[in-house]
Write a protein that binds this ligand. Structure first.
Ligand code: GLC
Length: 484
């Protein structure tokens, strides 16, 4: 044991000195795990495929309206404090009276997530506005002090009662703390950006100590925690310099050995980032910087082979509730997004933005239930499946599962029902064993020809959004590209 610890320690010192000085490298804390240990830790998350994201806090009660005026119809309204450029006292005075969680809001979320087929729920323990939903000894800007409730505890318990895994989204950006030195970054948002600190020089180390205490409470006081979803860093302010990231990650790992964390304490290429834009992710991630990459409002065109990733997405255009945002995505779009993501080997973290009382907007309830209805019938084509072996399919998407050494099951998600009545899998060189509709089990004819495998379909699509055809084939999928 001692020798192993020494080796790991020496190795990280060496790696560190090769990489350069602390100033130009975001450090990531001690990380040692074999690939097998990592696979075991990531297993449930990789199989889950679908989670519910919840943005909820003081901004939710404001609902996109500031002092009687609508702030906008699109964009992240959890940023309302920044959008109206309010200092924290003005914001708190407006928002606190409107944030009135009902007695059992948390059960409503957890039940909805379960009904939708989500396997995990990630919610905002604190967003950029700095208001914590937990009862914290680090300061008084939190639900414990203001509402005499520990909302984090209520949510965690409700999730556990439904058998859901739980994660905390925790913002490292903080628009409340009076020592948070926002002038250190030109890229991170702050309502007072460009203005001198109203309270004289700031000591950012004091903010870092406060953040550490919050994280310590979050990983210590709520039983098993499955995910820490950090948010977020910039190229000019990240990692150890900004958040003492390595220390936060080590703390979380020491108290929660199974924890899964995203890569947003960093914004560097080795942590999976190429730029500041929401599409600025790249398919590489050294696990010491986090476990997964977080494409925001995007589905990577061809997935990210070999890297764990999760697309987070809103149902309209905002994360936090905005009563003026009517741009709801259709059930068809949401269900097809989930399928598209699974076919590329990723997870879908789909957001709801509850109102100030914790109730979920009707449109989101309706869509989550529609996804759930589809998943109850077709869930086996999503959970614990692997990415499609095909580069592209004109009519839809595919996921796969190895049934045994001899047989692979392909799930064919048909979006565009072929008028010819024939579903063509161009280039598939395996022999079909059996084909059927997943819903209802009707057998279908499948035949292998020169150009691939063809399956005979009923005249009408049984499910207009996505009908799943199950095709068992002999062996591992072999796709032959047509000669140019
Ligand atoms: C961004 C936004 C934020 C939202 C998050 C979700 O970082 O700042 O409001 O919580 O992304 O991915």
């Amino acid at each position: 044991m001692r020798i192993a610890a020494f080796l790991i320690c020496t190795a990280s010192v060496l790696a560190f000195s090769q990489q350069g000085s602390a100033a130009d490298q975001p450090a990531a804390g001690a990380y040692s795990e074999t690939p097998q240990q990592r696979d075991a830790r990531m297993k449930w998350w990789r199989e889950a495929r679908f989670g519910m994201f919840v943005h909820w806090g003081l901004y939710s009660g404001l609902a996109g309206t500031w002092q009687g005026k609508p702030v906008g119809t699109t964009g992240g309204m959890e940023w309302i404090q920044q959008r109206v450029k309010a200092d924290t006292d003005t914001y708190a005075k407006e928002a606190i009276p409107k944030f009135k969680p009902s007695a059992d809001f948390a059960r409503g979320w957890a039940r909805l997530a379960k009904q939708a087929g989500c396997k995990y729920l990630v919610f905002t323990s604190k967003h950029h506005d700095g208001f914590g939903l937990f009862n914290s000894k680090a300061g008084d800007y939190n639900a414990g002090h203001v509402l005499h409730r520990d909302l984090v505890k209520e949510i965690v318990e409700a999730c556990r009662a439904e058998g859901l895994r739980v994660g905390f989204y925790h913002s490292v950006i903080d628009w409340h703390h009076d020592q948070y030195a926002y002038a250190k970054s030109k890229q991170l948002p702050h309502p007072l950006k460009g203005q001198p600190y109203p309270n004289g020089e700031r000591d950012h180390a004091k903010y870092q100590a406060y953040l550490r205490q919050q994280v310590d409470e979050l990983v210590s006081n709520y039983g098993r925690l499955d995910i820490l979803w950090w948010d977020y860093s910039s190229q000019d302010f990240q990692g150890d310099e900004a958040w003492r990231a390595g220390d936060l990650m080590s703390l979380a790992r020491s108290k929660q050995p199974g924890i899964i964390m995203n890569n947003r304490l960093f914004r560097s290429p080795e942590a999976g980032w190429s730029s500041m834009g929401t599409a600025g992710y790249i398919p590489q991630l050294d696990p010491k910087y986090g476990d997964f990459i977080t494409p925001e409002q995007h589905i990577p065109a061809t997935g990210m082979p070999g890297v764990d990733w999760e697309t987070c997405m809103t149902m309209n255009t905002t994360w936090g509730y905005n009563e003026h945002d009517r741009a709801w995505k259709s059930d068809e779009t949401l269900i097809r997004n989930l399928i598209d993501i699974a076919s590329k080997g990723g997870n879908y973290l789909l957001n709801i933005g509850p109102k100030g009382d914790g109730s979920v907007p009707e449109e989101s309830v309706k869509s989550m239930r529609a996804i759930g209805a589809w998943m109850r019938v077709n869930g086996q084509s999503i959970y614990a499946t692997e990415a499609s072996p095909f580069e592209k399919l004109e009519w839809g998407r595919c996921t796969q599962r190895k049934l045994n050494v001899r047989t692979t099951r392909l799930y064919l998600h048909v979006f565009g029902w072929p008028k010819s009545g024939q579903l063509v899998l161009a280039g598939l060189a395996n022999s079909p064993v059996e084909a059927a509709l997943l819903a209802g089990g009707q057998r279908l004819q499948a035949a292998r020809g020169d150009g691939g495998v063809t399956i005979g379909l009923p005249a009408e699509a049984p499910d207009k959004i996505a009908t799943v055809v199950v095709l068992d084939i002999a062996g591992a999928p072999k796709i032959v590209k047509p000669a140019e």
